[in-house]
Ligand binder design. Structure first.
Ligand SMILES: Cc1cc2nc3c(=O)[nH]c(=O)nc-3n(C[C@H](O)[C@H](O)[C@H](O)COP(=O)(O)OP(=O)(O)OC[C@H]3O[C@@H](n4cnc5c(N)ncnc54)[C@H](O)[C@@H]3O)c2cc1C
Length: 397
């Protein structure tokens, strides 16, 4: 493993850093607006994020890793990692929805020419927002048990059922939808993968508030929704394998670690500047040790994410390594949140908006939101199962 970046990669980092410092509001980078370990640009207004996306699209950075013939820059995985890292450190949204990192690469591999021509330029240009309609009330970790049904009828599939936890469905233009097309086949073999226009009649969206009070995800109901046949991606009943590729495309998870590191730096600065019970917070040994430990853990988390990107850059497929990085990074966010509450004391529970809240209430928000980090994109238990079976070669439990 090479621990240094190349001069070209360092130059790219400087370019991204200069751009984001110039174009993304400095006050958000410095912590104005609610903090969230799940991203979304520090609670920034949607339209503002959307216009920032257009600027990123003009630079070609939303599609850094896409091949040139599909409008990408064909930049390497390390450049993608550097871009993600700089965006996260500056609390800027690296993309809105799942179009650039998941849908586009999936269409490039599995889509037909018509789908490529229609969707790839719109994603690359930040003209559309995509959401991911995979999870259902009874099917999250065991996704292959999903029950939403798509029944062939002439030139259409008629979809009935329900999705849940669909991030950004309330603002998305399109959805990648998994639905059961053969109820009699073994569960992995009866699922198909569709591109669904969210304006199709029969779709009802109900926003759900998370524990911070934000409406980042939704329930989506399908009542006889007619999806044209040409919106099927890949082969009928082979959608499970297409979905597996979609989930594999965003792997390194560097943003989890780096966004938290900014908050960590702010906590350290606060504990240096603030006195409690007659002495600086940083001078209390248990807290100082905790902060030192976290510093080491952030460094380890960063290296675990780098390893995933490096494996990809060597043409290898990270598997257990990606799960290790996800598990470690998301649990680290929770350890940071707990340490933050300890460092700030009782005031740490005050939410954004309170004039007495230390660090503008970001830690209280972060603490609550961090619960979801070990659920979204695969729970910690599921990650541990993958590491045990694929990484350590242990038998299925
Ligand atoms: C913030 C957020 C955003 C999300 N956005 C989206 C989205 O945009 N699109 C989408 O499709 N989904 C989304 N999800 C859903 C997410 O993918 C699921 O919540 C996740 O996969 C877990 O599924 P579940 O909630 O059904 O929990 P379950 O699978 O029911 O799990 C419940 C508990 O059982 C444990 N468990 C389950 N199976 C096993 C096992 N085999 N071994 C050991 N323990 C097990 C789990 O670890 C967990 O603790 C989002 C979730 C969150 C929190």
């Amino acid at each position: 493993m090479e621990f240094r970046f190349s001069p070209e990669e360092d130059a790219f980092r400087r370019e991204v850093r200069g751009f984001v410092r110039g174009e993304w509001p400095q006050e958000v980078t410095e912590g104005a607006g609610a903090e969230s370990p799940l991203g979304y640009g520090g609670g920034r207004g949607f339209e503002e994020m959307r216009s920032f996306q257009k600027k990123l699209a003009r630079k070609g950075w939303l599609t850094l890793a896409w091949p040139k013939e599909h409008g990408g820059l064909a930049a390497g995985h390390m450049n993608q990692l550097i871009y993600n890292e700089e965006m996260a450190y500056h609390r800027a949204p690296q993309q809105l929805g799942v179009g650039p990192d998941r849908v586009g690469p999936t269409i490039i591999v599995f889509g037909n020419e018509e789908q490529k021509g229609r969707h790839l330029p719109a994603i690359a240009g930040a003209e559309v927002i995509w959401c991911q309609g995979f999870s259902e009330p009874g099917s999250g970790s065991d996704l292959a048990s999903l029950q939403t049904a798509a029944v062939a009828e002439g030139d259409y599939f008629v979809v009935n059922g329900q999705k849940i936890w669909t991030s950004l469905a309330n603002v998305a233009d399109w959805m990648i939808l998994l639905a059961r097309t053969d109820p009699d086949a073994p569960k992995h073999k009866g699922i198909s993968y569709f591109l669904l226009d969210m304006k199709t009649p029969g779709i009802t969206i109900q926003p759900l508030a998370d524990m911070t009070g934000r409406q980042t995800f939704n329930q989506v109901f399908f009542d006889n929704v007619r999806v044209p046949r040409d919106c099927l991606v890949g082969e009928l009943n082979r959608g499970w394998y297409v979905a597996a590729a979609t989930l594999d495309f965003e792997r390194s998870g560097i943003n989890r670690v780096v966004a938290g590191f900014r908050t960590y730096e702010e906590l350290v600065a606060y504990s240096r500047e603030t006195a409690r019970d007659g002495g600086r917070i940083i001078d209390r040994e248990p807290l100082r040790n905790k902060l030192a430990e976290l510093h080491i853990e952030f460094h380890a988390g960063r290296l675990l994410a780098y390893r995933v990107a490096w494996l990809q850059s060597q043409g290898r497929i990270p598997n257990a390594e990606a799960s290790i990085s996800k598990l470690y990074g998301s649990e680290l966010q929770q350890r940071l949140a707990r340490a933050g509450i300890e460092v700030l004391g009782l005031g740490g529970q005050l939410k954004p908006g309170s004039r007495w809240a230390p660090l503008a209430g970001r830690i209280a928000d972060y603490y609550v939101a961090s619960v979801a980090t070990t659920i979204a994109a695969g729970t910690s238990e599921v990650m541990r199962n993958i590491i045990a079976m694929r990484g350590l070669g242990l038998p299925r439990g």
